[in-house]
Ligand binder design. Structure first.
Ligand code: SF4
Length: 691
């Protein structure tokens, strides 16, 4: 079909932008008979007037976001307001006097915030100068004048369309005699919201696109799109104060039925305007809600079919289900330039796990170094960091006796950290008090659980937050240089074990380990086996959360006489300890050194003879071999520039880059990176279950 023979009528005008996009993409000439676009100009007026009416932080943010002020470093002010949510009338200086730092808010964090404050303060002064005439205008005319001037100046800066500005200024002039007091501005805002930029084409070319209220164009092919019951014929009844009931009282006014019939007659002209008519409607919305054809259209088709001369047939539509390729690659030279420094791909284990979950997100973070948004206030992850810090402090100071630390001591260290945060984030004072109380309760309970474990272990805490470096060669020139921190290493003369604190119960799944999704714990074990001349008993997660425990209130005996035996405190304690056992992989048959009665580690039990045994015994040397293969595979994929956008399920859930990649495809499946044999067990009795 030639574009000049087509006319499209839209029952739903929201199709316009998408049609325009399609025509532009395929270079098809087209003309929108009436193009209506929203403009930022009314929004700028609205934001400034709203700030005058209510000068709070939200209104200020709207002013700063609408682009009316062209100030260098304006973003710094927005970032500062996001973090501290304070009043711009007062100087931003509360951080400058703070010298005390804590473990969570250390010097680096504090200096970053202080620098942000300095920059934001400079912008604040400029913004305040501009906003003062809005919050304290000499008069309403002065206010209107200021707002107009600001918007006019902003247009001069960014070259927006002036037509709409003139339109609003004319409106203001007309309304001016009626704006007598502050509240009258609200009335004007109502009109501003409805203003959009509308333009008619100066010349017509190609496909003509119009809507139902415009006359048909008499071309060879007429398309009528979006004829659902909702959008066709879309007769507008009278609403509001002067509704249909009101009009029914006006005897000379046409009845609703008359108007409806007249309207139908008018728009049905679209159906007879061309030799070929194509009518379509969607079967459903994007959300999957079903839609049906308009009754009037069904009636029209029925009539046509009864006419022996009329030929009506479904338009042939072809479905295409070809997957969109998301395999993005960089050249090896580019990959090397982005990821390799001094002959090494540097990084943490979690960075590599990120690569496995989504190579594209790794590229954005470590290739392009896109910073993730600053954490505001007290994000949940800080609670975990604080608990880690408390345990690290106690084990360093008290060794194996750390579980006996008095509540007052916990509170003392905790509150030192919380106070620093309260000084930095004064608006979060109450929230931080609650957080402190929560951490205090949970830490006291965790220590009581760990106390029970310590009494059955021969090992003692040896090092906390131990820094490690681990290098794996990828080729003759490049190594993978891993760096990280091990939460805790416990040792005795002969043995060692790795403990990793987690904010909730976690298992070490064999499937995840060899899909390279849980590399940390076992890498720690490999590193320590090399560094310390001791036998590695195992590597385990320690949950710092007080788990919810399903617990029965008691037992009912149905034998006569029916009796109820309430559960005892001992039974409750047993269930509690059981649900807080260490979880991980055992690597030495002398595991009784860590758990002398087989009740503190999942998968470890004591038999009738008193021997403590692990259900599975893993072979660390084999694990190391598989890990080297996996690390080399991942490292070489990075070196080959494989940055495909194929995330695993859940990878996108907490990813800060969603707005950039807008992933909408099918998630990648979890796959094993290496073929694992039974040699991962010391005794070949493996199954694929999780430990
Ligand atoms: S949002 Fe999903 S697909 Fe996009 S970068 Fe993040 S993880 Fe990858």
């Amino acid at each position: 079909m030639d574009a000049d023979t087509l006319h499209i009528t839209l029952a739903n005008t929201s199709y316009k932008p998408i049609l325009a996009q399609i025509f532009q993409r395929y270079h098809i000439p087209y003309t929108l008979l009436q193009d209506s676009r929203s403009s930022i100009i009314p929004h700028r007026f609205s934001a400034l007037f709203s700030y005058y009416l209510k000068s709070d932080t939200d209104s200020l943010r709207n002013v700063l976001d609408c682009g009316v002020f062209h100030i260098e470093q304006l973003q710094k002010l927005k970032d500062y307001l996001d973090v501290f949510s304070c009043d711009i009338k007062e100087p931003f200086d509360h951080l400058q006097g703070i010298t005390e730092q804590g473990h969570i808010l250390d010097t680096v964090e504090l200096t970053k915030l202080q620098k942000l404050e300095e920059d934001a303060e400079q912008v604040r002064r400029q913004v305040k100068e501009l906003t003062d005439p809005l919050t304290q205008p000499d008069s309403l005319p002065a206010l209107i004048q200021t707002v107009s001037t600001y918007v006019r100046e902003s247009i001069a800066q960014d070259g927006s369309d002036t037509n709409i500005l003139l339109h609003i200024e004319t409106m203001l002039k007309e309304l001016y005699p009626y704006i007598n007091k502050k509240e009258d501005i609200t009335f004007f805002l109502y009109f501003l919201d409805d203003i959009s930029q509308s333009s008619a084409p100066s010349q017509r070319k190609g496909v003509i696109v119009s809507d139902l209220r415009q006359a048909p164009f008499c071309r060879e092919h007429q398309f009528l799109l979006g004829c659902t019951q909702k959008d066709y014929p879309a007769f507008q009844t009278k609403k509001g104060i002067f509704d249909e009931n009101y009009h029914a009282f006006i005897s000379t006014y046409p009845t609703m039925e008359q108007r409806y019939q007249f309207y139908l007659e008018q728009i049905s002209a679209q159906l007879y305007a061309a030799p070929h008519i194509y009518v379509s409607y969607p079967l459903g919305t994007y959300e999957g809600k079903g839609m049906e054809a308009a009754l009037e259209i069904e009636e029209f088709v029925r009539k046509l079919l009864h006419d022996p001369k009329a030929k009506s047939s479904p338009y042939p539509l072809y479905g295409s289900y070809e997957p969109v390729s998301t395999n993005i690659t960089l050249s090896p030279a580019m990959a090397e330039a982005l990821f390799v420094r001094d002959g090494n791909i540097h990084g943490s284990i979690s960075a590599l796990e990120r690569y496995v979950k989504c190579p594209f997100s790794y590229f954005l973070r470590y290739g392009l170094s896109l910073r993730e948004p600053m954490k505001v206030g007290f994000p949940d992850s800080y609670a975990g960091t604080l608990s880690h810090y408390l345990l690290e402090t106690f084990t360093e100071e008290y060794g194996k006796e750390y579980t006996r630390v008095a509540e007052e001591k916990i509170e003392e260290i905790l509150m030192k950290e919380i106070t620093v945060m309260q000084d930095v984030f004064p608006s979060l004072e109450k929230k931080l008090e609650n957080v402190a109380q929560r951490i205090l309760t949970s830490m006291t309970q965790t220590l009581s659980l760990l106390d029970e474990y310590e009494q059955h272990s021969l090992l003692s805490p040896y090092q906390s937050e131990k820094e490690f470096h681990y290098q794996i060669p990828l080729n003759e020139k490049v190594n993978l240089a891993l760096k990280g921190y091990i939460d805790r290493i416990d040792t005795s003369d002969e043995f060692l074990c790795i403990l990793d604190y987690k904010s909730s119960a976690k298992t070490l799944s064999q499937t995840n380990v060899f899909a390279a999704l849980q590399l940390q714990l076992l890498t720690y074990a490999i590193v320590c086996s090399k560094e310390f001349q001791k036998r590695v008993l195992g590597a385990f997660y320690v949950s710092l959360k007080n788990e919810n425990i399903p617990y029965t209130a008691g037992k009912l005996s149905r034998r006569k006489p029916v009796t109820h035996m309430p559960s005892s405190k001992e039974e409750y304690e047993e269930v509690r300890y059981k649900s807080h056992r260490l979880n991980g992989w055992v690597m030495d048959h002398e595991i009784q050194a860590l758990d002398d009665n087989g009740t503190h580690i999942v998968g470890v039990t004591q038999n009738k003879e008193g021997a403590v045994k692990a259900r599975k015994l893993y072979e660390l040397s084999s694990i190391e071999r598989y890990f080297t293969q996996m690390y080399q595979l991942i490292g070489n994929r990075i070196l080959n520039g494989d940055i495909r956008c194929m995330p695993m399920e859940e990878a996108c859930m907490f990813c800060s880059y969603y707005e950039i990649c807008r992933f909408k495809g099918i998630y990648a499946e979890k796959t094993q990176l290496v073929e694992v044999e039974d040699d991962i067990y010391q005794q070949a009795k493996g199954s694929d279950e999780d430990a």
